[in-house]
Write a protein that binds this ligand. Structure first.
Ligand SMILES: *Cc1c(COP(=O)(O)O)cnc(C)c1O
Length: 705
């Protein structure tokens, strides 16, 4: 018989709890203070309480039966009778998909993600887990994590690193085929770098993570994977070699024979070369045949139309780093360099991993329909003989793991109206039509509870920021819990235009301070630690929160991460997205708001261009683009403000006898009904299985490692 401590430990060891609020609540109820101080990390909570204290709490808050029940549900989840994957992706069972990504965002306690890309990767693993699709995640363990954002008195962002301890995380050493902790090595200029291999369980999915803190490495090399997107170009190419080459070798060391490599963004593109190298050196295959074979089994997803988002390694730096792979491949170095060049004959041109991945993959896809168009135009240069529409880049629109982002209150409401197993039918539009029979007043009431929770969090954070910086605490407390609350949270970069609303200060002040129809604006977001212009944007928006005209209605919530995000998505009435079209490849934060009963207010960019139907949210502008950016900004500002003034705010404040905004709730229901079944991770993973994984697995040779 396991002790209570052992049972709880078992629960912590599978990240399944990250999308089970009732399991997280067990750890929270052990001790609220410890839970929050441990960043809601169950492993740390358990390490910080004594067995005696646990026993005492067990009798007070019923931890024993709750954890027994959770363990039984976890067992059932891990040993299903059947899954969608068994029925539809059975050919991947013996040879799974290897999903490579430079970042994975699964929970805030595992800070190896910076933003959208990583969270999408985390949601992909969770979707694959739910569907039972055989897939293994491959990434790096950044032991200093990503940075924490702290703003100073002038609202300038400071980037705090908080190194974490392995024993505080649900990670175990991955074992190689001989039962020993696995290690892999990668040849870098003048030396060999070793990496330990850790494993996390994400439901039914294994995530393997490489860690350069190995005694065989120099001190400098131990720090090679310390930070996500840290360092200069040299560090970046070395991290990418570690991910692509080391990641492939880690799969082999663990005895995992992947049928398909899914490269999520170009950072892992060197995996293509490593896979072919192995076939040449190990099986004596012809190098060109090996490259072809490797490409046939590779699926590539590109994530941004922003040029600076694609690495460009100077030719000499790339040559220095690719020599060893070229030798192994038995190909001239220049031929290997050519895979990463737009024009293979341009010997001075930089090496682009994105280009390698586009040329040497079986299928390449963008992440929304509009981004597909943009990507075909952007990469037409690689296929100069093809017309733009024939450039071989398709699209699979992103989706979010609904259960991770949905409030437990709404989950319960859905269980009542859609059925207890509603998640199993999440991709079925007919199931979602039942939303229409839901009582609007009930949904509205739940929304008020969630909003109050969010406003409490925003006020706490605001006070903390003021206290830390010796600023006067805002009085009366900012944000009215009854006001229409609009959220805006994302990475702060110029193209996302976080300050668009503030183009005309008097006009926005008049709008949000109307005593009959007040509006709260909640901002959050980080800039890359090296991005000065991004930090300046944060400062600009942050300083508005101190301006007497905005102080009580506008707040900035520090340190946008999964925790802050979850609270925002669940609590806001509406979500604002005003990027410069067409630079937002997809955008996923708005999808997380939909199931939580919030409305999306957005430029017709990314996913919104294919999702908006005229009544399931709001569109800023009509999708037309002006070549002069300043004119475009002014137009979008005008459109946004008149939409707020004439449509959104009046609709929100038009109430029936019960105080319910009928028309608004009508739109909310329509938004859930028309969007929730499409823009979720299950649908996304199903699309990848059908359109990319199965064809690649069938085509890939049986010998492919
Ligand atoms: C969803 C999410 C993102 C990505 O959202 P975008 O709309 O693509 O900007 C970034 N950060 C966090 C914490 C998220 O939850």
């Amino acid at each position: 018989m396991d002790t209570l401590q052992q049972k709880l430990q078992k629960l912590t060891q599978n990240l399944w709890w990250t999308w089970r609020p009732e399991v997280r609540a067990i750890f929270r109820d052990i001790d609220h203070k410890v839970y929050h101080e441990a960043h809601r990390n169950p492993v740390r909570v358990l390490r910080q309480v004594t067995p005696a204290f646990l026993d005492q709490r067990a009798s007070e808050v019923d931890i024993t039966t709750r954890s027994d029940r959770a363990l039984r549900q976890l067992e059932e989840y891990l040993n299903p009778l059947t899954t969608w994957g068994l029925v539809h992706a059975g050919t991947l069972l013996s040879r799974p998909v290897a999903y490579f990504c430079a970042e994975f965002g699964i929970h805030e306690c595992l800070p190896i993600y910076s933003g959208g890309l990583g969270i999408l990767a985390g949601d992909h693993l969770k979707g694959a887990s739910n569907l039972g699709v055989p897939l293994v995640g491959v990434g790096l363990l950044y032991h200093q994590g990503y940075t924490t954002q702290q703003l100073d008195a002038s609202f300038w962002q400071h980037d705090i690193t908080e190194p974490f301890e392995i024993q505080d995380l649900p990670l175990v050493a991955a074992l190689d085929t001989t039962g020993q902790p696995a290690r892999v090595h990668v040849e870098l200029p003048g030396r060999i770098v070793w990496a330990k291999v850790w494993e996390a369980k994400v439901g039914r999915i294994r995530l393997i993570l490489l860690d350069t803190r190995d005694d065989a490495n120099s001190e400098e090399d131990q720090g090679l994977a310390a930070r996500l997107y840290g360092g200069d170009q040299r560090m970046r190419i070395q991290q990418e070699l570690l991910l692509g080459v080391g990641g492939s070798r880690a799969l082999r060391a663990l005895g995992i024979t992947a049928s398909v490599y899914h490269l999520n963004e170009g950072h892992s593109a060197f995996a293509i070369l490593e896979r072919a190298r192995h076939r040449v050196q190990h099986d004596g295959l012809d190098p060109w045949l090996a490259m072809k074979e490797s490409a046939q089994a590779t699926v590539f997803t590109t994530h941004t139309p922003v040029d600076a988002g694609h690495d460009r390694f100077p030719a000499d730096l790339a040559a220095e780093h690719l020599r060893s792979l070229a030798d192994g491949l038995r190909l001239p170095l220049e031929d290997v360099m050519a895979f990463g060049r737009v024009n293979p004959n341009d010997h001075g041109a930089p090496f682009m991993p994105t280009v390698l991945a586009l040329k040497q993959s079986r299928t390449a896809n963008a992440v929304s329909a509009l981004h597909g168009n943009v990507s075909r135009a952007m990469w037409n240069c690689l296929w100069p003989d093809l017309k733009e529409e024939n450039v071989p880049i398709g699209h699979i629109t992103n989706g979010v793991h609904t259960h991770t982002w949905l409030s437990s209150e709404l989950n319960q409401l859905f269980q009542t109206h859609l059925g207890t197993n509603w998640l199993d039918g999440i991709v079925r539009p007919d199931m979602w039509t039942k939303i229409e029979s839901m009582d609007s007043a009930e949904l509205w009431e739940i929304k008020q509870v969630l909003k109050a929770r969010l406003i409490r969090l925003a006020r706490d954070r605001s006070n903390r920021l003021h206290e830390r910086n010796g600023l006067p605490i805002v009085m009366p407390p900012p944000l009215d819990p009854d006001a229409l609350t609009i959220g805006f949270a994302r990475r702060f970069v110029p193209y996302k235009r976080p300050d668009l609303l503030f183009r005309n200060l008097d006009r926005i002040a008049a709008l949000i301070n109307n005593p009959q129809r007040p509006v709260n604006l909640l901002f959050a977001g980080r800039a890359h630690p090296a991005d000065g212009p991004g930090k300046a944007l944060i400062q600009r928006v942050g300083q508005f929160t101190e301006d007497p005209r905005f102080r009580n209605r506008v707040a900035f919530v520090e340190n946008y991460n999964i925790h802050v995000g979850r609270n925002l998505y669940q609590g806001v009435d509406a979500w604002l997205n005003n990027p410069q079209r067409p630079l937002e490849a997809c955008g996923t934060s708005g999808m997380k708001v939909v199931a939580n009963g919030g409305l999306h207010i957005s430029v017709l960019d990314g996913w919104w261009a294919e999702a908006y139907d005229g009544e399931n949210g709001f569109a800023i502008g009509n999708g037309e683009i002006h070549s002069n950016q300043d004119i475009q900004d002014e137009r979008d500002f005008e459109d946004l403000l008149s939409l707020l003034e004439n449509v959104i705010v009046p609709m929100y404040y038009e109430r029936d006898a019960q105080g319910v905004p009928r028309q608004w709730m009508h739109r909310v229901k329509r938004s859930i009904r028309t969007l929730a079944w499409r823009f979720n991770a299950d649908r996304m993973v199903m699309d990848y299985v059908r359109n990319c994984y199965l064809p690649a697995a069938t085509a890939s040779s049986c010998q492919m490692p």
